[in-house]
Design a protein around this ligand. Structure first.
Ligand code: PMP
Length: 373
């Protein structure tokens, strides 16, 4: 029979996460440390804004670039933060939408894309799908930005460096000193940087510094999914200063024939979201981070995660996959490190769940660590 599936579809491998879901499907009321979304709901005031927009009939396409008020507001914020004089802004269907458009705009077959390993899963699969080549730069064991190794990996074929801080899956926030050093390396070699800052608001120990503070050749992606728990609303944005304005224009062109626009009534609610104070949620998540780190640090090898809602823990016994299978048999869902890495030595915990479940999960994991020592 003729092959009907395009070769590019076969370049995507979703088996790692699927396996965890399949193993977890039979569990009754498990401790679910696998899901990468907040456990709170969209704040009522923001739900009301979306309902108001729907009832007012704002249900048609928006402009492809996005609602003009929302873009104005985003532009104002990034202008103030980075001093960009006239920022270009595109409202996207989640940061995922922004990533796809950015990679489609920037990556030619054979182009090299440098990313610290561990990395957010989507980067690898989309770059591969477009015929690009992922260049993984090992950031174990502390997961801070490996600046020297990145510098050594830059070649004539390097198209882009990807950053994600606070990071999924490690929860690590790159230090200001390393970010500054990378900005210098990238400027010297004239390499653009894509910075995925979807977790910038979940920042627990001081400031989370953006590379856009130190470097102009930056494509900034931020989102609404995580800070306001609206993962199903599919909203994010891409922004750039003068040097990468053209990239935003091309992304907009591709959005016109793919996503068309981000969901219109939710864009209206996003205007209010940008003014909404989430500091109480962040405080609650800092406490969850402490529960995880304090609960595990004497039994496991892990870095205290400064942001996002993940911890990346070394697996007792050495195999992430083997430890995950054992944890699932004991009613705790976690994800093996090899889903996010070329190595299989760790596992990811998402602590975006209730304090009670975290305490329960910590107890079970501590018991499993004991068995291996
Ligand atoms: N980037 C990172 C690092 C993420 O963890 C996620 C969601 N898990 C995304 C992008 C995509 O988020 P969304 O499309 O919901 O904005």
């Amino acid at each position: 029979m003729k092959e009907i599936i395009a070769k590019r579809a076969k370049l995507i491998d979703s088996s790692g996460i699927r396996k965890v879901f399949a193993l977890g499907a039979e569990l009754e009321d498990p401790v679910n440390f696998s899901i990468g979304q907040p456990d709170f709901d969209v704040p009522d005031a923001l739900k009301d804004e979306a309902i108001k927009a729907i009832k007012a009939g704002q249900n048609k396409y928006s402009q492809t670039v996005g609602d003009s008020l929302l873009r104005e507001k985003i532009a104002g914020q990034v202008k103030e933060e980075f001093g960009w004089s006239n920022p270009a802004v595109l409202v996207t269907s989640g940061v995922s939408g922004g990533l796809l458009l950015a990679f489609m705009t920037l990556v030619n077959p054979g182009d090299e894309v440098i990313m610290p390993d561990p990395y957010f899963v989507m980067y690898k699969h989309v770059v591969n799908m477009l015929g690009g080549k992922c260049v993984f730069v090992d950031s174990y064991p502390d997961f801070n930005l490996p600046v020297e190794k990145i510098a050594e990996s830059i070649t004539d074929k390097t198209k882009l460096i990807l950053l994600n801080s606070p990071c999924n899956p490690t929860g690590v926030v790159f230090s200001e000193q390393r970010i500054k050093a990378l900005a210098e390396v990238a400027a010297k070699k004239d390499v653009p940087i894509l910075t995925d800052e979807i977790y910038e608001r979940f920042c627990y120990d001081g400031r989370c510094v953006s590379i856009a503070t130190y470097y102009d050749n930056v494509l900034l992606l931020r989102g609404f999914s995580k800070p306001y728990a609206m993962t199903g609303w599919r909203l994010g944005y891409a922004a750039a200063g003068e040097s990468l304005k053209g990239v935003i224009e091309e992304m907009t062109k591709i959005q016109q024939y793919t996503f068309v626009c981000a969901p219109t009534p939710f864009q209206k609610a996003a205007i209010a979201a940008l003014d909404y104070d989430i500091s109480d949620y962040v405080k609650a998540y800092r406490r969850k981070r402490d529960l995880i780190y304090d609960g595990l640090q004497d039994k496991f090898e892990l870095v205290n995660p400064g942001g996002a809602f993940y911890a990346f823990v070394k697996a007792p016994g050495g195999s992430g996959t083997a430890f995950v299978e054992k944890a699932i048999k004991n009613n705790v869902l976690i994800i093996p490190g090899n889903v996010f890495s070329e190595k299989d030595t760790h596992f990811r915990i998402s602590y975006a769940t209730s304090d009670e479940k975290i305490e329960q999960g910590v107890e079970i994991l501590r018991g499993l660590a004991r068995l291996d020592t």
